[in-house]
Every structure is written in C-alpha cells, then in structure tokens.
Design a protein around this ligand. Structure first.
Ligand code: ZN
Length: 477
C-alpha cells in the first residue's frame, strides 16, 4: 500500500517517493522536504488563503501519521509592492508594518490549530541567498539588465510552461503574463531584481542596488534551507502560473538539477458560490468570522473536510453543519469518559478500531481523500454509540477508543479532549502551591481544608499521592 498524490507536473496521481528512490520501509526514507508558499504580510489573510494553509497542515500531519518524518518550510513575504505601499500609506517603517501582520498571521494559524513548521524564513532576512542565485543566472546568461533592473530571460529556458501547460503562444498573447510596470525585452520575462525607485527601500549588493522580485524569494529560500531537489512544493492553484513556473525556471537554470519532485496544488475556495470579493460582500478574513462568534474548530473542520482538488464552497450554513458534526464527536467522548464498568476488553471494539485505521489509511492514501476518510471516522463513531447503548463497552475499551481518536486527531486537529484543557490551563506552579497549602493545612490540623484542596485538584484531573518522600501529583488519564 502506498501513498499516491496528484502531481501537477506529471498530471497524474503518482506515488510519493521521498528522496527520489524507493526504500523498503517508510522509516528508511529521509525526512520529506516540503516547501509551501507563505503569505505576503500586508493585511489580514482571508478564508481562501487559510484553505491552502489548513491543507498544508493536514498534509504534513498525514505524512507523519503514515510514519514519515517531515522537514517543512513556509516563507513570509515581507517586502514587495503591497507591503511597501501599506507601510508608506501608514507612515510606518516596512519592518514595523510587516512584523505586525506577520504576528497576526501566526496567531491566526494558531487559532486554526495549524502546527508551526520547521522553517519560516522572511524575505528580508534572505537577501544574500537571492543575490547568490541571481548572480548565477547572470553568469549563465539567463538574466539581463535593463534600466537598473534584472530580468529572467524566459526564451533561454527550455521547458518553460511545462507545469502550467501553457505554450509560448498563449503566454505571448498577453492573456496571462506577469503584470509589473517595468520595461522588459519579452512579455514573458519576469523581474528578478528591481531597481530602486523614489524613496523605496533597497539593498546595496553585489548585483547592484535594489530589492527582490517576488518569484526569486521562494527559489532562494528553498536553496538556502534544503540545498538540493525538494520532495514537495505546495500552493494554491492560482500560483501555478506564473509564480511556480518562474520558480522552476530560476532554480533549474541556476543549479542545473530538478527543482521539485511532487507539485501539489489546492483548489480555490468560493464563498456562497462566488469568488470572494469585497464588492460582493463575501470577503471574510478569519478574524471577521471569529468576531461573529463562529468557532475556529468548526472553521478548521470545514476547511479540512473538503478534498483539496475540488473547489470548495464556504458558507455560513456549512459552519453550522460542522458545529453539529463536532458535537457528535464531543458527545461520544463525554460518553466514553463516563464509562466506569470494569470487565475484559471487548474483541469487537478492538476490531472496529483496527478496521477504522485501516480503512482511513486506504482512503487518504488515495490522493488524500480526506472526505472519505472522515466518513469512515463518523461510521466508527456511529458504531461505538450503538455499542455503548447496548452496554458492550467497558472502561478499558473506552480508554482504547479515546486513544484511537487521539491518534486520528493527530491528522484532523479538530477533536476536543476535555482533559487537554486541564493540562493546558493548569500550570504546575499552581499545583505545587496548592500542595504546599494542603501540607500547611494538615500541619495546622485543618483536615477538612486539606481534604477540600485534594478534592479541588481531583476535579481538575490532578491526583495527589502521599509518599514517604513527600506529596507527588499526576494527571488522571
Ligand atoms: Zn512561492
């Protein structure tokens, strides 16, 4: 059984082969190197952006669930026309302006329970790497200078358009080319390094004064972090052309080796059936939705549940349905936690857990079909509820089911386990101070007070053990 994912470059559902060579066991593979195009931090990211970021998160979680290790980078674009214009409009420095939006972005990721990735390079901190690749392109004849700016000569790079399947006629017709205001020889060419203009920020480097074009950032950061061909590059479908096409051209021209093995693109998100736009009134940032009282768990549920290669229609009714689905999971967890009945493990429960994992893996291995995978989890929830109704589930079984749900949640990231709440809200310092109070109470022969402290801790899931060495504590579960 192998994990197969659609590869935009080949146009087929291909087996994922990290490192480019097959190994006998998953654990023998090197960590999967992944790069995801990150945000431009000039305003709040909208819900369409978060579809892609939630997808990236689901992908890395699933790879780990399957036993792979991951090494994942996502850039933060903190210098471009929009960030410069935004900072100028406010009269603040570019750094101050972009740091604020970068922080907001990272907070939004946290709200959606998106795991931090291993590397989050900022463009302004990677100028050296960009200069290095542009310098190589100049030396190899793939770049030229015009009016102080440096451009990539698309005509020199064979294979331009392979990813997007656009032939040069279509690109030349001007329907879809990179719109920037700078002069260039060929409409297909794109800017690598922009000459300083007016009072805009610039860097004084070996290739001249200026600032980077957007496309070069990703190529440079990938080289800086991973040094060689990477396994997976992700992004929204809107980035296929020209951004990813240009990344390939720059990197392969400069380094003469394959840039990326597996290209994975997430489809668009629609809101109420239309493309999001401020004029249609269907433009939502994550914060707009949270301010209206919608829960980030439900939003994550909704964004995870849609297959990444299908356009997804985001609606308020959809959030309501997500709420209901989450309530079904929450209710099962509460029921499981209430089961006190002893007795031997029920073989049927063990079998259900095993087949849930097996079916889930088969479903998601097939081009990340999470919609089918979640269907399997809900079938399992239904069966477990029936078995609890029939009194067939012991305390030990319930514990096994809870552990299974936790393992699945390592992929889904939206199941709520009440004891986690206790762990995260109780700090050990507070527990230690309660223990000290209890000891003082006992020394003063205030046994009722000592007992009530013990009970208060127990209600929070903290169990005290009095030993000869002193009082220890542990969490229930
Ligand atoms: Zn990129």
């Amino acid at each position: 059984m192998a994990l197969r994912i659609f590869n935009t470059m080949t146009g087929s559902v291909d087996e994922l082969v990290p490192g480019g060579g097959k190994r006998e066991h998953i654990k023998d593979y090197p960590p999967i190197t992944i790069y995801s195009c990150g945000p431009t931090v000039y305003s709040h990211a909208h819900i369409g952006n978060f579809r892609t970021f939630v997808f990236n998160d689901f992908l890395r979680r699933y790879l780990r669930f399957r036993g792979y290790r991951v090494d994942h980078a996502m850039n933060i674009t903190d210098v471009d026309d929009k960030t410069i214009a935004g900072a100028a409009g406010e009269g603040t420095s570019l750094k101050e302006y972009t740091e604020r939006y970068a922080e907001i972005f990272l907070e939004d990721l946290e709200s959606l329970n998106i795991e931090p990735v291993e590397h989050t390079p900022k463009a302004t901190e990677s100028i050296g790497a960009m200069v290095e690749i542009i310098d190589l392109l100049l030396k190899k004849g793939y770049a030229y200078e015009k009016e102080g700016s440096l451009y990539f000569h698309v005509g020199r790079f064979e294979g331009y358009g392979r990813l997007s399947r656009l032939d040069s006629r279509e690109i030349k017709a001007g329907l879809r080319y990179d719109t920037d205001e700078y002069a260039k020889d060929d409409v297909r060419d794109f800017v690598l390094w922009k000459a300083p203009r007016d009072n805009e920020i610039y860097w004084d480097t070996a290739i001249g004064k200026g600032r980077p074009g957007w496309h070069i950032e990703c190529s440079a950061m990938i080289r800086k972090i991973f040094k060689a061909t990477i396994d997976i590059h992700t992004g929204g479908v809107d980035l296929i052309f020209p951004h990813h096409e240009n990344e390939i051209a720059q990197s392969e021209a400069a380094y003469g080796e394959q840039f990326v093995r597996h290209w994975i693109h997430a489809e668009h998100l629609l809101v109420n059936g239309s493309k999001m736009s401020k004029s249609l009134g269907n433009f939502f940032t994550l914060r707009d939705l949270l301010a209206k009282g919608y829960s980030p768990r439900s939003i994550r549920y909704l964004l995870v549940s849609a297959h990444y290669r299908k356009q997804f229609n985001f609606t308020i009714e959809g959030i309501g349905q997500a709420d209901q689905a989450l309530e079904r999971i929450d209710n099962l967890i509460l029921r499981l936690r209430d089961i006190k009945r002893g007795g031997q493990p029920n073989v049927r429960v063990m079998k259900l857990i095993d087949s849930m994992f097996e079916d889930f893996t088969v479903a998601v291995d097939d081009d990340l079909n999470i919609s089918r995978g979640m269907g399997i989890v809900f079938e399992f929830i239904h069966e477990m509820n029936s078995m609890i109704d029939e009194g067939l589930v012991s305390h030990e079984d319930a514990e096994s089911v809870l552990r299974a749900l936790k393992r699945i949640d390592a992929v889904l990231g939206f199941i709520f386990f009440p004891e986690d709440e206790n762990k995260s809200t109780i700090d050990s310092e507070w527990i230690e101070s309660m223990i000290a109070e209890r000891i003082a109470a006992r020394n003063n022969r205030e046994y009722d007070r000592a007992d009530s402290i013990r009970r208060a801790l127990l209600e929070k899931g903290i169990i005290l053990e009095d030993t000869r060495e002193g009082t220890r504590w542990k969490t229930r579960n």
